[in-house]
Design a protein around this ligand. Structure first.
Ligand code: NAD
Length: 351
């Protein structure tokens, strides 16, 4: 039975520990600098609680750790976990910059570590079915991919001090605004469905007085052909989207053989609705709707992590997949700042 350590017991942690527990793994140690948060998780599972993550890494009973702290702390904790010989499932984004993410991926590869970057949206059945169908749909032409998340009156309301003190908490903790926070998921899906981009044109909208983007757009030219159109937006449209709750996240994938439309559901309330996939076959004209039951993609993700760990397989998405997202974020930002189309250089291909 896989034995799990939880590092960081904040908002996201329940999705991981409940997912592991559902999959039959055992939570044996929880850590958080706020010891009361670690204790609360530990109490649910009869586990140990520590204020220092090093205690989890030194615990011989721990096989794998979920790293669920802010992105700005991931590099230190992940490198220490690799050195301690633990398997690692690290929440996205892998780090707050591409060079640090490449360093982690290199270290994990060298050590042969089981290392996942936790982009759970790959685990919606709608996404997995879309991936399967796309493999038989011929040359990719375009992917339109967007993550619009409701954020109230943030475009127009007076800014509060947490938004105007530089660096703002969102930048200090996560490394950026909506490009990093919600866009990273969509960039992971663009990579999964379209491959890596060779060139990127990006544009960020940063409201006067803020230090991070409210809206980010990019064109990504995929190495193997096809173009990705990317948008992330923290917006005021409270009723937009598939669920009419402001959550407006979808992909439209066009290949020679047909079209796939995918609509996802609000990330922290996946029990409300299932994601939807619509497949249109270009030859027959037949349209098929895949209406999946509501399910928690974190649970599917953690179950697959446990299965792969126990089978001695590498996880998905990998550490290098996490690096690809962080490099793409860096190059969208770079393109926006320089107002140029940038060629992407991948750290894992440097000689
Ligand atoms: N997959 C998703 O959809 C999704 C959604 C939200 C957050 N996240 C990611 O999850 C991670 C955590 O986000 P969150 O919203 O849970 O944040 P949070 O602030 O709620 O929780 C972070 C926790 O880490 C603890 N912590 C910070 N530094 C630590 C350290 N050095 N050692 C031990 N504990 C430490 C904090 O005390 C806090 O309890 C981030 O990387 C974020 O991007 C992913």
């Amino acid at each position: 039975m896989t034995r799990v350590g939880i590092i960081g017991c904040g908002n996201i942690s329940r999705f991981h520990h409940e997912g592991y527990a559902n999959a039959g793994a055992r939570i044996v140690h929880a850590a958080d600098v706020r010891i009361e948060a670690a204790q609360a998780v530990a109490d649910r599972y009869g586990a140990k609680a520590s204020a220092d993550y090093q205690a989890v890494l030194a615990d011989p009973e721990v096989d794998i750790v979920s790293v669920l702290t802010f992105a700005s702390t991931h590099k230190e904790i992940c490198l220490a976990a690799i050195a301690a010989g633990k398997g690692v499932v690290c929440e996205k984004t892998l780090t707050a910059n591409a060079a640090d993410s490449a360093e982690i991926a290199r270290a994990a590869e060298k050590a042969g570590t089981f290392f996942a970057t936790a982009y759970m949206k790959r685990y919606f059945p709608a996404m997995q079915k879309a991936k399967e169908l796309l493999a038989g749909m011929g040359q990719l032409m375009t992917i339109y991919a967007r993550s619009w998340q409701p954020a109230g009156e943030v475009w127009t309301a007076p800014l509060d001090p947490s938004q105007t003190n530089w660096p703002s908490p969102v930048v200090r903790n996560y490394g950026g605004g909506c490009l990093v926070c919600c866009g990273s998921h969509i960039l992971d899906l663009l990579h999964w469905f379209g491959g890596r981009p060779s060139r990127i044109a990006g544009d960020l909208y940063v409201r006067e007085g803020m230090d991070s983007d409210l809206q980010s757009n990019a064109l990504l030219w995929f190495e193997n052909g096809g173009i990705g159109h990317f948008e992330a937006n923290w917006h005021p449209l409270a009723y937009a989207g598939y669920e009419r709750n402001g959550w407006d996240e979808r992909l439209e994938i066009n290949a020679i053989g047909g079209r796939l439309d995918i609509y996802t559901v609000k990330w922290d309330q996946p029990e409300n609705n299932g994601a939807l996939l619509v497949h249109q076959d270009a030859k027959t004209g037949e349209t098929t709707e895949y209406r999946y039951r509501a399910m928690n993609p974190f649970h599917a993700e953690m179950a697959e992590m446990v299965r792969r760990y126990e089978a001695g397989e590498q996880p998905m998405p990998s550490a290098w997949d996490g690096y690809v997202v962080d490099e793409t974020i860096a190059q969208i930002t770079n393109s926006s700042a320089t107002k140029t189309v940038v060629e992407v250089k991948w750290a894992d291909r440097e000689s």
